[in-house]
Design a protein around this ligand. Structure first.
Ligand SMILES: NC(=O)c1ccc[n+]([C@@H]2O[C@H](COP(=O)([O-])OP(=O)(O)OC[C@H]3O[C@@H](n4cnc5c(N)ncnc54)[C@H](OP(=O)(O)O)[C@@H]3O)[C@@H](O)[C@H]2O)c1
Length: 247
């Protein structure tokens, strides 16, 4: 039975991934910041998927002192870990013109600093074990800096680069590292945003992510067309992107 730790599992893509893996009879340890949400999700998954083993760990990813103890608690509750997934993320609304320090700090904290701490702990654990797989949910938003939300772009750029570094560090030790750039997925993060193209239902996204993680893919998008768009955006010259690039 595969043993999985999911960081940020109480909503959206994380919650749908937890259901995917519990549905396959895996041992799933969920982490989330709100005890009642963690307990309710664990109870729901146990009831729906009696073959799965489900545990919960409470961890607010903005509480730096809690990260290492929460990782140790998650490992202890999982027995050992085969797959470590960092899915938590924050995308704050902006007016597209001014920066709000507290919002930028929260996005950088959760999407980048705490991600690096947790993923780094998982990397050390798997390196010592000589096997395992790490997954980080990054974003196409990290491929270019955009005027609308530079802090979110920067947080995801950092995560993508951090994961690439871990992949290069860990491949001699038999550890796989997967970067997911989902494209738009219908979760609370996207609530209220209308007219978004190619938006995947969250269950579709989770099913695709689970399948491609299982296959050991290194970098992928939920819909392949996002990869083509990403490639095109990457090659738009800076002066053109500055004037006409998307928010
Ligand atoms: N949806 C998209 O279109 C899209 C596109 C590209 C990338 N992504 C990335 O995919 C990942 C999942 O996003 P989503 O769409 O599923 O978003 P979501 O529905 O808003 O879920 C975000 C998750 O992160 C958790 N989280 C946020 N701050 C936290 C904190 N301080 N401590 C612990 N957990 C915290 C949330 O916990 P609570 O349940 O307590 O709120 C929730 O479980 C994110 O990294 C996001 O950047 C999403």
């Amino acid at each position: 039975m595969k043993r999985i730790i999911l960081v940020g599992a109480t909503d959206g893509i994380g919650r749908a991934l937890a259901a995917q893996w519990a549905g396959r009879g895996c041992w799933v340890t969920l982490t989330g910041r709100t005890p009642s949400k963690v307990e309710a999700l664990a109870a729901d998954l146990k009831a729906r998927y009696p073959d799965a083993t489900v545990n919960g760990v409470v961890c607010d990813l903005r509480d730096r002192a809690r990260l290492e103890p929460a990782f140790a608690e998650a490992i202890a509750k999982t027995g050992h870990c085969d797959l470590f997934v960092y899915v938590a993320g924050v995308l704050k609304e902006t007016d597209g013109e001014t920066s709000v320090g507290a919002d930028d700090a929260e996005m950088l904290d959760v999407n980048c600093v705490s991600a690096a701490v947790m993923l780094g702990l998982a990397a050390n654990y798997f390196r010592a074990a000589g096997r395992g797989q790490i997954v980080g949910i990054s974003s196409i938003a990290g491929d270019r800096g955009r005027k609308g939300n530079p802090a979110y772009n920067a947080s995801k750029a950092a995560m993508t680069t951090f994961l690439e570094g871990l992949r290069n560090r860990l491949h001699p030790f038999g550890v796989k590292v997967t970067t997911v750039k989902p494209g738009f997925v219908a979760t609370k993060m996207m609530a209220g945003r209308t007219g978004l193209p190619w938006t995947a239902p969250v269950e579709v996204a989770a099913r695709t992510i689970a399948r491609r993680v299982e296959r050991g893919d290194e970098v992928f998008y939920v819909y392949r067309r996002w990869g083509l768009l990403g490639l095109a955006l990457h090659h738009v010259p800076r002066f053109v992107f500055k004037r006409f690039g998307p928010a």
